[in-house]
Design a binder for this molecule. Structure first.
Ligand code: NAD
Length: 273
């Protein structure tokens, strides 16, 4: 989709981080925006930040794990905006914890938001995207899709699943003139690890990762510019950040050996706990 002006974009997880930056970049492209999040304060803040952009913006409180709410959302957004052209399935959470120490509730949370949220989004918005004549879906995966990370089993599995889903949809939906892109960010300076700390898990590791990401991670605005370009070029996937490229190359070149340093790091961290 070369020209985004006047198109309606739905962004989940728009109340913070990557979703907020995407919303802002899309507003600058002239999109109408339907912002979706479970956090009303975050949604209000994003709407306030976009006030000067002149784009029509609506906010929609929704938990992407809530099937009935997700089923009702497209009609609500279509009533407010008319057609729906762009869907960014972006809401996501993580928890730093070994699989052994993860509770079933923690696994359900990560899989519910990161995978079921994306499946519901694709499923329930698809008829509306088809109606638009030309449309695009962007699913937020991660560099964690390229290799299973320790203390991130639930997160890695959801991101690999989102990558796989996007590949299937890309082929299936081409005949309906719907492009599909999966994005694979490395470390991005957002609130995801602050949120992770609230969900439990290994607090010390979460704090260490948060410090590293805030120091070396990419600004979400930079990511958003790359994602907008990827949509305009109808790219199948977009790796974002040198760490994402390195993770993918390392896995391709050393599919088994790359897990040895991860094993060493995990054992070292476990001994420190
Ligand atoms: N930050 C990174 O380093 C990084 C790297 C790769 C991928 N990602 C992915 O980017 C996406 C956005 O994360 P972020 O980094 O901007 O984090 P963030 O915590 O800053 O933003 C996530 C947003 O999702 C919302 N959200 C959480 N659970 C929800 C639910 N059940 N229903 C609706 N909204 C919900 C939160 O309220 C928040 O506004 C996620 O899918 C994440 O996995 C992030």
């Amino acid at each position: 989709m070369r020209d985004l002006r006047g198109r309606t974009a739905v962004v989940t997880g728009a109340g913070s981080g990557i979703g907020r930056a995407l919303a802002s970049a899309l507003a600058a492209e002239g999109c109408r925006l339907a912002l979706v999040d479970v956090d009303p304060a975050g949604l209000d803040e994003t709407r306030r930040l976009l006030a000067g952009a002149g784009a029509p913006v609506t906010t929609h409180l929704a938990d992407v794990r809530d099937r009935a709410r997700m089923a009702a959302l497209p009609a609500e957004i279509a009533a407010a905006h008319g057609a729906i052209h762009l869907l960014f399935n972006n809401a996501g959470v993580t928890i730093n914890e070994s699989f052994e120490n993860s509770s079933i509730e923690q696994l359900e949370l990560v899989i519910g938001v990161n995978l079921w949220g994306v499946l519901y989004g694709c499923h329930y918005f698809l008829p509306y995207l088809k109606q638009a004549g030309e449309a695009h879906i962007v699913n937020t995966s991660s560099m964690a899709a390229f290799l299973g990370l320790p203390n991130q089993a639930s997160y890695s599995l959801t991101k690999a699943a989102v990558k796989s889903l996007s590949e299937s949809l890309r082929v299936e939906l081409a005949i309906s003139n719907i492009g599909v892109t999966s994005i694979h960010p490395g470390a991005i300076q957002t609130n995801i690890l602050k949120a992770a700390a609230r969900y439990g898990g290994d607090a010390a590791q979460t704090a260490r990762m948060e410090a590293l990401v805030q120091r070396f991670g990419m600004a979400p605005e930079k990511l958003a510019a790359q994602v907008v370009r990827a949509v305009k070029r109808n790219r199948m996937r977009q790796r974002i950040g040198i760490d994402s490229y390195l993770a993918e190359w390392a896995k391709r070149l050393l599919p088994v050996a790359i897990h040895a340093p991860l094993r060493w790091a995990f054992a070292r961290a476990a001994a420190r706990r």
